[in-house]
Design a protein around this ligand. Structure first.
Ligand code: SAH
Length: 466
């Protein structure tokens, strides 16, 4: 999958400053399922082209189970268009590799970042089951001149006919940030199948990225619906907020914005990936009764409630405020009786023995242990592994080694003010191995988020099985 962005603005080489990628370098960035390469095929004063080449690993993708779960038969999981076609993987790569440019921020050329420039973007293969009409319908209202050429399925077998992918060229005088944002939102809309789990966060993401231009776009309904992967309730919520022009949850979101951790991690939608990974492990474990320890605002609880195989979900948190927000977010008071019966939220602490923690077959502590004083970890260990002892335990925590990859995080700072510690991979493994041995569990470790060859992945996960 190849995206090139060209400008004829002079000096065209300033494109390097805007993208924060040096035109003389060829750089590679690790992604969850492959890597992204950035290089410049053409560098001159009057014309400069930057290229983003996505190299998706289809086998890694199939193993990750996040894509192709529902595809018909095993072969389609390995043989598919994901490595070639522009999809949500490209959006994630854009956000990750050109994050500051997409936000419209430039350290060295802020004025230029704020200025519309002559830009020419080409995408090698954009799936559009809606045909050429959809490509024109999506990009032309945003001011682009659109050229789309349908790609033959296979030129060696012309009798197979045309495929559903298009070579796409978009030209306009726009800010670079606008171009990147339009691609970020509209590519998954065209592809219509997201590789990651779509949760409530996606509404926020869509409103944040699309707020201004989406409100007046003639195809806003289709965009919203497809972007939110046809989840009707999210769609209605997003559209209402979009049209109202204000955000009923703005206060809550302000608070969330203050949380450096969320801001740091959002560019790579790490929380989505974390949720997806935890759900995959829980599905795999066959658990039906899940305890979410330190449930916060109830994201995992909400996701579990939608799983058919789950009969009961219990969320526990020490913070009353978090529980109230969870209850609001889940709309507990308006939940249909059948579903309401499946869920319980209560206040409790993970470091005190509690009978209500028993009789579940899986317990999760997602981004929680780092909030517990190290001196209380022993108590937490006993409460969970000695007394509650569910057959499956899932624990995730930040990998401190990865912090050097967050450009905006000052050296030596933890990701969140309330974190009592953050561990290296070795420290986490050491603690988990000890816990497993003391209580008769087996434990395996899985990375969450893009894996860096040197410092590992941003989140680390341990899965204990009895
Ligand atoms: N699991 C959630 C929230 C993580 S933030 C998610 O992934 O989104 C950590 C949460 O742990 C906070 O809601 C905090 O109130 C809770 N917490 C911290 N110490 C706790 C303790 N000792 N007992 C119960 N909850 C605790």
């Amino acid at each position: 999958m190849l995206l090139t962005i060209e400008t004829t603005h002079r000096p065209a080489t300033d494109l390097g400053y805007l993208l924060a990628k040096h035109p003389d370098k060829c750089q590679t960035f690790p992604l969850a399922y492959g890597s992204a390469h950035v290089f410049y095929p053409e560098v001159a004063e009057d014309r400069c082209t930057a290229a983003l080449l996505l190299d998706i690993d289809p086998v890694g993708l199939a193993r990750g189970h996040r894509w192709g779960r529902n595809s018909d038969g095993t072969l389609a999981r390995y043989v598919n268009d994901r490595p070639y076609a522009a999809s949500s993987f490209l959006s994630v790569a854009i956000a990750q590799v050109f994050g500051s440019a997409m936000k419209g921020v430039s350290k060295d050329r802020q004025e230029l970042a704020d200025t519309p420039l002559p830009l020419d973007a080409r995408l090698s293969a954009v799936p559009s089951h809606g045909g050429e009409y959809l490509l024109h319908g999506l990009f032309e209202p945003l001011g682009y001149q659109v050229e789309a050429r349908r790609i033959a399925l296979d030129t060696t077998f012309p009798e197979w006919g045309e495929g559903y992918a298009f070579e796409l060229r978009l030209q306009a005088e726009v800010r670079l940030a606008d171009l990147l944002t339009h691609l970020y939102v509209l590519i998954p809309v065209l592809d219509d199948q997201k590789h990651y789990w779509v949760g409530d966060d996606e509404v926020d993401k869509l409103l944040e990225k699309g707020g201004d231009w989406l409100r007046t776009h003639p195809m806003r309904e289709q965009i919203t619906l497809r972007y939110l992967k046809h989840r009707r309730s999210l769609y209605r919520d997003a559209l209402e907020r979009l049209m109202a022009g204000d955000d009923p949850e703005s206060e809550v979101r302000e608070v969330e914005k203050e949380q450096e951790e969320a801001v740091l991690e959002c560019s790579m939608s790490l929380s989505d990936q974390r949720l997806g990974a935890v759900l995959a492990v829980l599905r795999d474990s066959g658990a039906t009764h899940v305890l979410d320890l330190g449930c916060g605002e109830g994201k995992l609880v909400g996701a579990l409630l939608k799983e058919q195989s789950i009969a009961r979900v219990v969320g526990v948190d020490v913070s009353m405020r978090s529980l109230e927000r969870a209850s609001d977010r889940l709309k507990l008071d308006r939940m249909p009786e059948m579903r309401r019966k499946k869920v319980a939220l209560f206040q409790g602490s993970l470091t005190y023995r509690d009978r209500r923690f028993s009789d579940c077959d899986a317990a999760c502590a997602i981004e929680v242990i780092e909030h517990i004083d190290a001196s209380r970890l022993g108590a937490f260990e006993r409460v969970l592994f000695e007394f509650a002892k569910p057959p499956t335990v899932v624990i995730t925590t930040p990998n401190i080694e990865y912090n050097v990859r967050f450009a905006s995080l000052p050296m030596g700072r933890l990701r969140h003010r309330d974190h009592r510690f953050e561990w290296t991979r070795q420290e986490f493994r050491f603690w988990c191995a000890g816990v497993a041995e003391r209580h008769g569990y087996g434990v395996r470790f899985l990375p969450i988020g893009p894996e860096d060859p040197e410092v590992g992945s941003p989140t680390q996960m341990a899965v204990f099985r009895k």
